[in-house]
Design a protein. Structure first.
Length: 490
């Protein structure tokens, strides 16, 4: 593949002034590249005619394959930067012929389009149907995703269907829209993982078009092997890298399952396995002392200065209730009727939670702010998308930590570890040390006992047990089920 990329660069450089002609580009570059990617020249139909409403249009190249399979390739001048309208034009050609795969290129840029991707937003947002984007670095120009050009091949799209994994990634992004900075991180993880997965010999199995069973066959061990392969010779990961990568992969599978795109998935316990396989030691001592009363007060004082109650709510839900990001987003999507200001409680997942004063005040301020601005929001925390106000997503939760909390004490490396996951873990550990039972911690945070035990060391458990046993409390020796028998004086 790398040899093909290098030859492609040489061919583009040789064209020089001839690149202004689309025909030169088609003949000297695109036809050569398509053959290199496994397509047969005899299957190519040039200036393929398309009829729509009595108007004839012509697609540059139509590659006719077996059955209903086919590929449209639309070329533009080398010097023209490809735009939204160009993608839209190609998509229209594909829809007219009921073809789901298409390539748009100017020789330097290559868009791979799949028209079957379901768009969650505007019907005109065709960028959501871009499966892969490759840019070839010419001269001193820097390329982008060059190694993924292989997924444009006849073998990967139409035979082994490895490219369909990238179609699924694009579908995930269409369902779960992210900020560009977050999307880039997710792409890096997901692209690399599925590249590793395909290279390992996995093909995209489809038993029927209603179920994407290839994704359902991905296991926790597949991901763990991928993470180990990225660190050969036992080199350790730094910081929370393995957790972050696992979170990216789990999120994709969860979203696709929630949207009914897949029936189920087998990576639900990925974070637990990653914790066992890649125990992070860097900064551990400072990390354990991160969620202190002094630090909490410092954070709250800074957040209050922003005069944004949503930030106070997010940090309170993390550091007092121990909610994870999914639960926080679910809380913000609740109707206001679930908040009982009179009795100082709110209802979530069928449970009644006592509202601490800080959360109650922030909720009251949020409601008043909406009222003063004339925002008719049914949910607790919303953002404007087009003409509608919709509940916020996980990006709003992450932003409070990334854009506010981590910057409070930039001189302290341990503060970089502040995020929703770590805050939840540290709270659970602190609650256990303060005498809260596993049942109480589980009730408040929603964490399972197995999750709680991930954040509580064996030493903490022994120490807490010894204290309760010696005190003779109902939680200790007085509650032993057979005390009356063995403590009876004969």
């Amino acid at each position: 593949m790398q040899d093909m990329i290098e030859e492609l660069k040489l061919r583009l450089q040789k064209l020089k002034g001839k690149t202004d002609s689309e025909e030169n580009l088609k003949v000297h570059i695109i036809m050569w590249l398509l053959e290199k990617l496994g397509y047969d020249r005899d299957d190519m139909d040039f200036e393929h005619s398309l009829c729509r409403k009595d108007k004839v249009r012509y697609a540059d190249i139509y590659v006719q394959l077996n059955g209903n399979n086919g590929l449209f390739v639309e070329t533009k001048k080398y010097g023209k930067d490809l735009e939204w309208d160009d993608i839209k034009q190609l998509e229209e050609y594909m829809n007219m012929h009921q073809i789901i795969w298409g390539i748009l290129t100017n020789g330097r840029q290559y868009y791979l389009i799949n028209s079957s991707i379901i768009l969650n937003g505007s019907k005109n947002d065709v960028l959501g149907r871009v499966v892969l984007y490759v840019e070839i670095g010419i001269g001193k120009g820097k390329g982008k995703n060059e190694k993924y050009l292989k997924y444009y091949s006849e073998k990967n799209i139409f035979e082994d269907k490895g490219t369909y994994f990238y179609r699924d990634i694009a579908q995930f992004f269409a369902f779960h829209q992210l900020k560009d900075s977050s999307k880039e991180k997710y792409q890096n993880t997901l692209y690399n993982f599925f590249n590793y997965y395909v290279q390992g010999g996995h093909k995209y199995t489809i038993y029927n078009w209603d179920r994407h069973l290839a994704l359902e066959e991905v296991t926790v061990n597949d991901v763990i092997d991928f993470l180990k392969a990225e660190r050969p010779f036992g080199r350790p990961y730094s910081g929370n890298v393995p957790k972050a990568k696992c979170a990216h992969i789990i999120t994709m599978f969860q979203v696709l399952e929630e949207m009914g795109y897949i029936g189920s998935h087998r990576v639900k316990n990925l974070l637990e396995r990653a914790h066992e396989e890649f125990e992070v030691k860097d900064g551990e001592e400072n990390f354990c002392n991160l969620l202190t009363k002094n630090n909490i007060n410092t954070i709250l004082n800074k957040l209050k200065e922003t005069n944004k109650p949503n930030k106070i709510m997010i940090f309170t839900l993390c550091s007092y209730y121990g909610f994870d990001r999914n639960t926080i987003v679910e809380f913000f999507a609740l109707p206001w009727e679930c908040v009982d200001f009179l009795n100082h409680k709110f209802m979530l997942h069928g449970r009644n939670y006592h509202m601490v004063s800080l959360l109650e005040n922030a909720l009251h301020d949020m409601k008043e702010k909406y009222k003063s601005r004339g925002i008719k929001a049914k949910a607790i925390y919303v953002s404007k998308k087009g003409s509608r106000y919709l509940p916020v997503n996980k990006d709003s939760v992450n932003a409070v930590f990334d854009e506010d909390i981590k910057k409070i004490n930039e001189g302290d490396e341990s503060w970089k570890l502040f995020n929703p996951q770590n805050t939840r873990a540290l709270l659970i550990s602190a609650m256990f040390d303060s005498g809260c039972s596993l049942e109480e911690i589980s009730y408040l945070t929603g964490a399972s006992v197995s999750q709680i035990l991930r954040y509580v060391t064996n030493e903490q458990i022994i120490k807490a047990g010894e204290k309760r046993w010696k005190n003779g409390s109902k939680k200790g020796k007085d509650n032993h089920p057979f005390k009356d028998i063995f403590d009876e004086v004969l």
